[in-house]
Design a protein around this ligand. Structure first.
Ligand SMILES: C[S@@+](CC[C@H](N)C(=O)[O-])C[C@H]1O[C@@H](n2cnc3c(N)ncnc32)[C@H](O)[C@@H]1O
Length: 204
């Protein structure tokens, strides 16, 4: 967020799979740097919806909105996001921990393709995704994910680094590329590696 708002001048954010409000939500970080930033949150969890008011406390010059929608219907998300975002200007599309709930990889790729096709050159895709890849300690994640899938909903899936990199087809990866999330522009190499890949891509 800080990188995109401060270093790349992004002023519009579409945060799909918002999660429960916490400290430093997307709009708080963006609007601290650029008070005119516009943010649209998307989630389909009624509990997140119940807390959405916390996400709608934007600055006077900017805007925040919350859409109760399903990632499986990207066209509906884009249609409603256009009420707040100017889709002719660059948007940072944030898909943090959300595509792991789209179990079919071809469908997940299609969702990304459709959303990124709707935003102009200079837009970004920010993505994080859990993995079982041993290079980033993924084997530790296997029992946790099995436990989740037996006891909770919605079902979740991991993907390999190769599958996750493929979501960035047609985009240019920003340095350092696809890495363990904790290592993305980390202050030092000593950051603990987590079994979750993250990357940022820009639409040429
Ligand atoms: C793991 S949390 C990630 C939260 C936040 N983006 C983060 O990285 O901390 C995933 C979020 O995606 C939402 N979600 C799961 N399936 C979804 C779907 N089909 N459509 C929209 N949101 C969904 C969940 O309700 C949850 O808030």
């Amino acid at each position: 967020m800080t990188y995109l708002a401060a270093e790349r001048g992004v002023r519009q954010f579409l945060d799909i799979g918002t999660g429960l409000p916490t400290a430093d939500n997307t709009h708080e970080i963006a609007q601290r740097i650029a008070p005119d930033a516009r943010i649209v949150y998307v989630d389909n969890d009624p509990i997140v919806l119940a807390h959405a008011r916390t996400l709608l406390t934007g600055t006077r010059d900017g805007a925040t909105d919350y859409i109760d929608a399903d990632v499986h219907d990207p066209d509906a998300i884009l249609r409603r996001a256009a009420n707040t975002l100017d889709l002719d200007r660059p948007v940072a599309v944030m898909m943090l921990g959300i595509l792991n709930f789209v179990l079919d990889t071809a469908e997940a790729r299609d969702i990304v393709r459709r959303v990124m096709a709707a935003v102009p050159s200079g837009s970004f895709l920010v993505l994080t995704h859990p993995t079982f890849d041993p290079e980033v300690g993924g084997e530790l994640q296997v029992p946790a994910m099995e436990f989740w899938n037996k006891n909770a909903t919605p079902p979740i899936t991991a993907r390999s680094g190769t599958e996750i990199a493929a979501f960035f087809e047609g985009l240019e990866l920003v340095e350092p590329g696809l890495v363990s999330c904790s290592r993305w522009r980390a202050a030092s190499d000593s950051a603990v590696v987590v079994p979750q890949y993250g990357a940022v891509g820009v639409k040429p």
